[in-house]
Design a protein around this ligand. Structure first.
Ligand code: OSB
Ligand code: MG
Length: 370
């Protein structure tokens, strides 16, 4: 298969509530929507880069540059026998996993549509449903957090993650534990601590947390290994894992016991499958993270989570928690027992509502095969 056309739209979608982490606050979801066409069929994917480089180094602007000047030309040069063929073709570009993933995922989606199959089928997953968890941002105070979590528990979510940062950690967990003694609970620090905080982080051990996500540096696994030796709570890595090899190295070093996989952070579905396989081979649980995606990226995450190594609920929650009006119809919904149905239609499996996409488009660029 040879790609005929790549189209990139810059999308702006207001969030219903601001989302706050240790690295910043997001009020509008701004992302690149990538569409690839071949032989009259088109596939779509969402890039998880943001306007700023505060989570990882990429931004929407760097992703657009790398897609336009390097990745799309490399993809146009190929006669694809499988979406995985993009991996070696993109390898010359160092890093830029989010840009690579966006184009690669769009090609997988195109592939699934062409074959009339749901995405999970070509990823090697299964139909049915996945377990939904939820990520709760920093709130204005403890009361607000307790109320928010109570709402998510009532909605059926099977696991709650809260964001923490220095000064807003142990007391929040203590209050949550007092109110929800048996809730599967975890915390995510987004790299806000240093190894010197090990003694402080050890005070979290008494709350029976499922895991602590990415407490230390975004590009570190050595200090995480030192910290893990001193903590009972399992460490889960997010930012530090950007390939299957990263997952293998982190697990072998003892830097974590659990891995969060985000397709956009590991260069695409092929990378996500490699992370999944590296974890599964070592008996480490893997779960799917989120990047406040619209329904297009959200559904891609749903399909990925049907692979057998996804043994823990992830961060994929209902569209309505983020958007007044999602870009897909129906939106992603969660059942009262915390499950999301895996779509059976071709590709991501829900219709993209193009008039809404059009209204949310700030600008677009189209490139055709030379
Ligand atoms: O660290 O998992 C993270 C959102 C943006 C950037 C990083 C992270 C997150 C989340 C939200 O935790 C997950 C979601 O609800 O999509
Ligand atoms: Mg995280």
């Amino acid at each position: 298969m040879r790609l005929d056309r790549v189209e990139i739209r810059q999308i702006r979608l207001p969030l219903r509530f601001p989302f706050e982490t240790s690295f910043g606050r997001t009020e509008t979801k701004e992302f690149l929507l990538v569409s690839v066409s071949a032989g009259g069929e088109t596939g779509h994917a969402e890039c998880v880069a943001d306007v700023d480089p505060f989570y990882l180094p990429e931004t929407n602007a760097t992703a657009l540059h790398v897609l336009r000047d390097f990745l799309a030309p490399a993809a146009f040069d190929l006669d694809l026998a499988h979406p995985c063929d993009l991996v070696p073709a993109f390898a010359r570009v160092r890093g830029h996993e989010m840009a690579k993933a966006a184009l690669e995922m769009a090609v997988w989606e195109l592939w699934a549509r062409r074959d009339g199959l749901p995405l999970y089928r070509i990823l090697g997953g299964r139909g049915g449903a996945i377990a939904a968890g939820v990520s709760v941002g920093l709130q204005k105070d403890t009361e607000a957090l307790l109320d928010k979590v109570a709402g998510e528990v009532a909605a059926g979510y099977r696991r709650v993650k809260i964001k923490i940062k220095p000064g807003r950690d142990v007391a929040l967990v203590e209050a949550l534990r007092a109110r929800f003694p048996h809730l599967p609970l975890m915390v995510d620090a987004n790299s806000a601590y240093a190894l010197a905080d090990a003694e402080h982080l050890r005070t979290l051990d008494r709350f029976g947390l499922m895991m602590i996500e990415q407490p230390l540096g975004w590009d570190d696994i050595v200090d995480h290994a030192s910290l893990q030796r001193r903590l009972e709570t399992p460490i889960c890595l997010d930012e530090s894992i950007r390939s299957g090899d990263d997952a293998r190295r982190a697990l072998e070093l003892g830097a974590c016991r659990i891995v969060n996989v985000k397709v956009g952070r590991v260069g695409g579905f092929a990378g996500a499958i490699a992370v999944h396989d590296a974890c599964r081979a070592r008996g480490a649980p893997v779960w799917c993270g989120g990047m406040l995606e619209s329904g297009i990226g959200r559904l891609a995450n749903v399909h990925l989570q049907t692979l057998p190594g996804f043994t823990l609920p992830g961060d994929t929650s209902a569209s309505a928690r983020y958007f007044e009006e999602d870009l897909v119809d129906p939106p992603v919904v969660v059942s009262p027992d915390g499950a999301i149905a895996v779509p059976e239609g071709p590709g991501i499996g829900h219709a993209i509502v193009w008039p809404r996409v059009e209204r949310a488009t700030a600008f677009r660029e189209t490139w055709v095969r030379p």
